[in-house]
Design a protein around this ligand. Sequence first.
Ligand code: PAY
Ligand code: ZN
Length: 311
Amino acid sequence: DPKSGGMTYERYHSLEDIYYLINKTSQEHPDMTKLILIGSSFEKNPLYLLKLSGRRGPVDKAMWMDCGIHAREWISPAFCLWFIKYAVIFYKENPDITAMLDKMDIYILPVMNPDGYKYTWTTNRMWRKNRSVREGTSCVGVDLNRNFDANWCTAGASSNPCSDIYCGQYPESEPEVQAVTKFLRAHKDSIKLYFSMHSYSQMLLFPYSYTHDQIPNHSELFDLVKEAAVKIRRHYKNVYHFGSGAKTIYLAPGGSDDWAYDQGILYSFTFELQDRGRYGFLLPPNLISVACNEALAAVKIISMRVLEKLH
Ligand code: PAY
Ligand code: ZN
């Protein structure tokens, strides 16, 4: 299939396999990649970022992409691996990925919630949160996408530790969120683009999710996600809905994309990958390649447009 470029990542990988794969990629492409440890999870699993760069001198722009905030959304880490593989294979072959890597550094966090991801492989496939424990409750886990300091724990989140959308004891209480916010704060002058990958629903979302208020550059981001959705529709015949999070899916305070936006990263997106509910979180492996290729098309078109604007 020319669209997949011969990529054979049509399976899901365990946490150990993912660590192995990103480590191997960084060793095979020392000229384009760098493995960066940004912290560790509640259960002390490492949080590795892979930094991708073109073969050129330093640049002042960067893009961030995280996957696997939610444990059960397996297509999300699969997409980060897909993107990494695509970047190292098609740098200097495909004009879009070449331009992206020549003009910006790309920071990729393949599994932001390693403890939860591991738990979905061993114990409960439908687990969403991390695996932090606290005194006074037997319920485990905080929803990392409710734990950022962005209208934290208002409507759309829960203060009940047993809830799947539990916001945590205070904003940034979780080590996974602390590691990400620390890195982003330290790099916020260079990071211009932010992507957070989730599933399912097939949606291209942008801030805000914590309020129905519009962001100042709403129409600009609306046009970007619209163009990406049209492209997916044309090439893959799949429908993606698009718009602000609050209006398109539901109120979700304390999310990473809203927090990044309020830090000044004005091109901030959350993607909900395949499917629209038939398999939901249990997307079968034979659908990985289409799901990843269409998401890749969206990341590429949005990144290319943003690079044109920033020029
Ligand atoms: O930015 O509005 C946003 C993200 C909203 C997501 C959330 O954090 O709740 C949406 C859900 C997700 O990907 O986690 C959607 C899935 C289907 C769910 O579990 O409800
Ligand atoms: Zn999610």
